[in-house]
Design a binder for this molecule. Structure first.
Ligand SMILES: Cc1cc2nc3c(=O)[nH]c(=O)nc-3n(C[C@H](O)[C@H](O)[C@H](O)COP(=O)(O)OP(=O)(O)OC[C@H]3O[C@@H](n4cnc5c(N)ncnc54)[C@H](O)[C@@H]3O)c2cc1C
Length: 499
């Protein structure tokens, strides 16, 4: 008899979803989290009279009540929806390149075509066809991901979708170039590149098509009380079903017996046995640090060595003593880029030179309850690889991060020039912050680089474990993001339960 049926290492989005699904499916489950709060990236922190959202900019995959949003389906199944209040955005995003373009897209298929055609006339037919391709490619993936265990059916379906096969694994930029000539129009359509971690010429068309589909089909959502409320709701679902959780608990090893996972060893030496271990810790850490030599097949280690660490982010969190509308925030999400040159962007993401891009998220255009009345909360996030921050001398750290934050404020002037005058609280997190608090190598926020060769289609989301009894579920095993993590973890666990 083992101590538990299942041990879940890590209470991030994926760990919480997995633990709640297993416990509610009748498996005695123990959830172990290194930090003193649940959520991983999905949590908040307090400065002065503001509670700051750490990471959630736009929640994908919810959709209307009674609809078929993948995230809503999982939240319903886990009895989480009733514990949360959501705010729906009608706008997808606003994209600004100072002096070049300023376009706000609605979260509506036809609205995207109409808006872009009004800004860049003469493109209606191509826009219509392009958005149909985005929708077909996006919807196919959502269905395919739900039915990975029925892959033969999916392959048959895909064989009838010649456009998806033709374009899916090209870069997003290559497909844009085939459809359009206006660089401004292409730039607006590629705005979500940072949500995938890669610029449009590196990112697979299918990945950005899936993101656009998730946000247009199911609308961008905010959560009242922020992502911390979601983490707390998933934890409540788990505990209510009889699950056990331990915080401030660091798992140092996965114990194996006869080559199969048989439990965990904590940092204080305590061993706890289980029939199955689910790791929400980074996959690279799980396979290279938490298992004894010889347990992980060589092909897996070789595969890990061939992949690149994805980006992290530098985020300036601002508590502002003025209402959002007064400051110029017209949409919850605004993408601001210094110019149209993608090469400049890619260089800036990999160095400590001033920010050339950011996503400005204002949580009070449609208030989510975080900022006090009359005030507003804004996060300025720029993708950033961890390497230059890790190479920085410690005595240079504070000066560098504040200089970087100043450059983010400079970019923000394009939409909200008066922000500097009303800053009440400011905090900066860098890749080193995410490395420290999330235990993610180089602070990466989406796991591996998600380029064309590393699309979810080629990843091991299936149930054939590389180490018997051990399942890895995190950013590193599927497409990153809230919706993807929560949905993927629940589905993998449902399949385990049905075996
Ligand atoms: C700044 C930022 C902005 C983002 N914006 C968005 C967005 O707008 N929309 C979106 O969909 N996604 C966004 N994301 C991505 C999203 O947050 C992640 O994809 C998702 O939260 C990852 O969930 P996870 O469970 O895989 O990992 P994590 O959240 O990293 O959780 C892993 C957990 O495991 C714990 N752990 C690790 N090792 C151990 C160990 N040995 N023992 C015990 N516990 C351990 C960690 O402490 C952590 O709590 C953003 C992320 C960041 C950081």
């Amino acid at each position: 008899m083992t101590d538990y049926d299942v041990i879940v290492i890590g209470a991030g989005n994926a760990g919480l979803s997995a633990a709640a699904t297993m416990q509610r499916g009748g498996r005695r489950t123990l959830l172990l989290e290194r930090h003193n709060v649940p959520g991983g990236a999905a949590h908040s922190f307090v400065r002065g009279r503001f509670e700051f959202e750490v990471s959630l900019h736009q929640l994908a995959g919810m959709g209307d009540e009674g609809g078929n949003g993948p995230l809503r389906a999982v939240f319903d199944m886990l009895d989480v929806t009733k514990r949360l209040e959501f705010v729906v955005d009608d706008d997808l995003y606003r994209t600004v390149v100072p002096g070049v373009l300023d376009v706000t897209l609605p979260a509506d298929w036809q609205g995207v075509v109409d808006t872009l055609d009004s800004h860049y006339p003469g493109n209606r037919a191509q826009l219509t066809r392009f958005m149909e391709l985005v929708r077909d490619t996006g919807v196919w993936q959502l269905v395919a991901r739900a039915n990975l265990h029925k892959m033969q059916e999916q392959i048959e379906w895909l064989s009838g979708m010649s456009d998806v096969r033709r374009y899916g694994l090209k870069s997003f930029q290559a497909v844009l170039d085939e459809f359009f000539t206006d660089e401004r129009l292409k730039h607006v359509l590629a705005s979500y590149w940072s949500y995938n971690g890669q610029t449009a010429s590196v990112c697979a068309f299918m990945d950005l098509a899936r993101l656009l589909t998730l946000y247009i089909e199911y609308k961008p959502y905010q959560v009242v009380g922020g992502s911390m409320s979601m983490s707390s709701a998933m934890l409540a679902s788990f505990l209510e079903a009889g699950g056990e959780v331990k915080f401030n608990t660091d798992v140092s090893k996965i114990v194996t017996r006869g080559g199969a996972a048989a439990g965990v060893r904590l940092a204080d030496g305590t061993e706890i046995s289980s029939r199955m271990v689910i790791s929400n810790a980074p996959t690279v850490t799980t396979y290279t640090r938490m298992l004894d030599d010889g347990v992980v097949p060589d092909r897996v280690l070789k595969d890990l060595r061939g992949r690149a660490l994805g980006p992290s982010a530098t985020v300036l969190y601002l508590g502002l003593d003025a209402p959002a509308a007064e400051l110029g925030f017209l949409t919850s999400t605004s993408f601001i880029t210094a110019d149209l040159d993608e090469g400049n962007l890619d260089r800036a993401n990999r160095t400590l030179e001033p920010a050339r891009y950011l996503v400005a998220t204002c949580y009070d255009v449609r208030p989510t309850g975080y900022a006090p009345p009359g005030a507003s909360q804004v996060a300025l996030a720029s993708l950033h690889y961890g390497a230059p921050w890790e190479a920085l001398a410690p005595e240079e750290y504070a000066r560098t991060k504040f200089a970087y934050a100043q450059s983010q404020l400079e970019l923000l002037k394009a939409i909200a020039p008066g922000v500097r005058d009303v800053i009440e609280e400011a905090e900066v997190s860098t890749p080193l912050t995410f490395k420290r608090y999330l235990s993610q190598p180089a602070g990466t926020i989406y796991g591996f680089d998600q380029d064309i060769s590393d699309s979810w289609l080629f990843r091991n989301e299936d149930l054939a474990p590389n180490v018997p009894g051990l399942v890895c579920i995190s950013n590193w095993t599927g497409a990153g993001g809230y919706n993807s993590m929560i949905v993927m973890a629940a589905r993998v666990c449902q399949r385990i339960l049905s075996m």
